[in-house]
Ligand binder design. Structure first.
Ligand code: CU
Length: 203
């Protein structure tokens, strides 16, 4: 683990453990404990360039782990994406190398149907671990940014508790931005269309 691009704060870890112990006292339940266990890598960070379908860098992605998922901060150059809504998901492979072929190497969503998942934040049978809210790009000549929560992700190498998509596991992970909005319901990707940008996290 020391070679991973992670910075784990010992203080954050201790306070997380303290919160954990307090919770266990309050509820005494093994099941509750498993459900509420905070991530062991809380406070960890990782970052990656966002590239477009020409392979050019168009922005930056910062991933920061909190107790209920990974907060993804995206910052883009002017005109990096077409105006309008764009779906964004965590895909299962940290590989954005085949940009000319539409980023297929990034694979399916984290927690895809093979792993028992069903797509959609608004789907009663969903969501997959990699599902996130859309971003909206205004028609502007300036830089722009967005922040998303990867609710089912951890920056650890192992899944744990409710966070069962390890972004820095053996295959890494990729943030993929799509051409159109995700309707959070239809299968398999909410009708979000082509993959237009990608940021790879490698283990
Ligand atoms: Cu996607």
């Amino acid at each position: 683990m020391p070679s991973l691009p992670l910075r784990v704060s010992a203080i954050a870890l201790l306070s997380a453990l303290a919160a954990c112990a307090g919770h266990m006292e309050a509820h005494h339940g093994q099941h509750d404990m498993a459900a509420m266990a905070p991530s062991p890598t809380i406070g960890a960070q990782a970052q990656a360039d966002v590239i477009n379908a020409q392979g050019a860098k168009i922005g930056h992605a910062l991933f920061r782990e909190g107790p209920r998922g990974v907060v993804v901060m995206l910052e883009f150059n002017p005109r990096a994406l077409t105006p309008g809504w764009h779906g964004a998901h965590i895909h299962q492979n940290g590989d954005c190398s085949d940009f000319a072929a539409g980023f297929q190497a990034a694979g399916a969503h984290m927690g895809h149907p093979e792993a028992g998942g069903t797509h959609g934040l608004l789907n009663p049978k969903g969501p997959e671990d990699g599902d996130m809210t859309n971003i909206f790009v205004a028609d502007t000549d300036g830089p722009f940014a967005a922040e998303l929560l990867a609710h089912g992700a951890t920056l650890g190498a192992m899944g744990h508790g409710h966070h069962n998509a390890p972004l820095l596991g053996p295959k890494g992970a990729a943030l993929v931005i799509h051409a159109n909005a995700d309707d959070h319901l239809s299968q398999p990707i909410g009708g979000a269309g082509a993959r237009i940008a990608c940021a790879a996290l490698k283990p």
